[in-house]
Write a protein of this length. Structure first.
Length: 163
């Protein structure tokens, strides 16, 4: 009996010692669910809106360089929302918005993600991926979208789907 108590004591000491030596890995960066800063190569961008209900039924990618165009996009996005999403205040002399719209999808679980934005020679390339649902998904019609802001550029912009 004393032997089993001794073995139990040793294992308990090892277990407690291993717990005490574990480090916690804390993420100290602040995360805001509405805007996330991402540094990608030479073109950082900020996510303004990533949503499953844009009300834009056709697949398209667009560059928004003025308030009138931004208002038109948000008018469509907000056409069935009460309350409406606020239109972000953008200084278009320094910033442009890239809009990626997947069009109508037959279920939830679809999303768009920008991998990186690169200046390549005489053009800017937006590399993005489209994700489809894996496994079960909500059975609702969706129109996934992604709006990001980045520094204004006079270069032509090409959107490239990464498979």
């Amino acid at each position: 009996m004393l032997r089993y108590t001794h073995i139990l004591f040793v294992f308990s000491a090892i277990f407690i010692g291993s717990l005490a030596s574990c480090k916690t890995n804390k993420n100290t960066s602040a995360k805001d669910s509405k805007t996330k800063k991402m540094l990608v190569k030479d073109n950082p961008f900020t996510i303004l809106l990533q949503n499953g209900h844009s009300n834009i039924t056709k697949q398209k990618n667009t560059v928004i360089k003025d308030k009138k165009s931004l208002n038109a996009i948000y008018s469509k996005i907000n056409s069935t929302r009460k309350p409406s999403l606020p239109i972000p205040e953008i200084d278009f002399s320094k910033t442009m918005i890239l809009g990626l719209f997947m069009g109508t999808k037959s279920s939830g679980g679809y999303s768009i993600h920008i991998n990186r934005i690169e200046s390549k020679g005489k053009e800017m390339v937006v590399f993005y991926t489209e994700k489809a649902p894996q496994g079960m998904a909500t059975m609702v019609i969706t129109q996934p979208c992604l709006l990001v802001s980045t520094a204004t550029s006079n270069l032509p912009i090409r959107f490239e789907l990464v498979k």
